[in-house]
Design a protein around this ligand. Structure first.
Ligand code: LER
Ligand code: MN
Length: 280
């Protein structure tokens, strides 16, 4: 198992000014780093690749849908714009050497239209992803679609729905991201949900039930680790939390209190805990 950490812990943006986080995270024992990428056109992918390679780190990308975009929008022009955004994220990921592009890449985080998704929206989103698949043909990038809890999206809340979605897209590079925080809210049995994800599992976010340090809350870490190991998963286990005292990212993640003594503790303490849990 390879262990990574998402840089959302230290802020919303990642750019040239944040590159020096990479050697620090390597020194802390991480195998890889997850970079938030919201504007692929301006993202320093080549520089990130160079710094990651110099430090022996693997990279993954995490992104979200920009406001107004939606893979299943009724307006074909919006779907076209969404598809171009997804394509440019994939191209940037490939340029940086990132092997995974992960996130709730269907509609914006927090977009709640006050109703269920429609059959048409679902089919349009499947079509958008089938068309993305045409560009993924020769790419090494795996797209890991992330179901979120009901307070952050109306579109995909459970791994079972995610499995349906990926089965209909039917592209080997399109699968799912299992996030322990969201699944703890939405699944009746998180281990069964992880098992059901099966061959579609492309990425894993390790996040405590309160987004604090992994191992300090009630996520079913040992059974989940056991399930990952017995399933033969050989992808990333990436710690995800958010800079709880950094205005924009704290607000984006709805975090209104200190989750740990420091954000570094979430990364360092979380890594120690996960390595012990996976070694057991
Ligand atoms: C959002 O709640 C989340 O879990 C992230 O991975 C995507 O922004
Ligand atoms: Mn996540």
């Amino acid at each position: 198992m390879r262990f990574g950490v998402n840089t959302f812990l230290w802020g919303m943006e990642f750019g040239p000014a944040e590159m020096d986080l990479l050697p620090k995270l390597r020194a802390a024992g991480f195998d890889g780093v997850e970079l938030p990428v919201f504007d692929p056109a301006s993202f320093p992918a080549a520089q990130a690749r160079r710094v990651a390679e110099e430090n022996g780190l693997g990279l993954t990308y995490c992104s979200v849908m920009q406001p107004g975009l939606h893979a299943g929008h009724e307006n074909p022009a919006v779907r076209e714009e969404t598809l171009s955004y997804l394509k440019s994220l994939v191209e940037s990921a490939a340029e940086s050497g990132a092997t995974v592009l992960a996130g709730p890449l269907y509609s914006p985080v927090g977009y709640l239209p006050g109703r269920r998704r429609t059959v048409d929206e679902w089919q349009w989103a499947v079509d958008t992803y089938r068309r993305l698949g045409e560009t993924l043909g020769s790419s090494k990038v795996q797209v890991a679609v992330e179901p979120l809890n009901r307070f952050e999206t109306y579109f995909l809340n459970t791994m079972a729905d995610g499995v349906q979605f990926c089965a209909q897209v039917a592209h080997p590079n399109v699968g799912l991201l299992f996030d322990t925080f969201h699944s703890n809210i939405e699944e009746k049995d998180t281990v069964a949900a992880l098992r059901h994800t099966g061959r579609f599992l492309k990425h894993f976010h390790a996040s405590e039930n309160d987004r604090g340090t992994p191992g300090t809350g009630h996520v079913a870490w040992a059974p989940l680790a056991n399930e990952l190991k017995t399933s033969g998963y050989n992808g990333w286990v990436t710690i995800e939390s958010f800079g709880f005292s950094v205005g924009r990212i704290a607000a984006a993640a709805s975090i209104w209190r200190d989750l740990a003594p420091s954000v570094d503790e979430i990364a360092i303490g979380g890594l120690k805990f996960l390595k012990e849990t996976f070694a057991a």
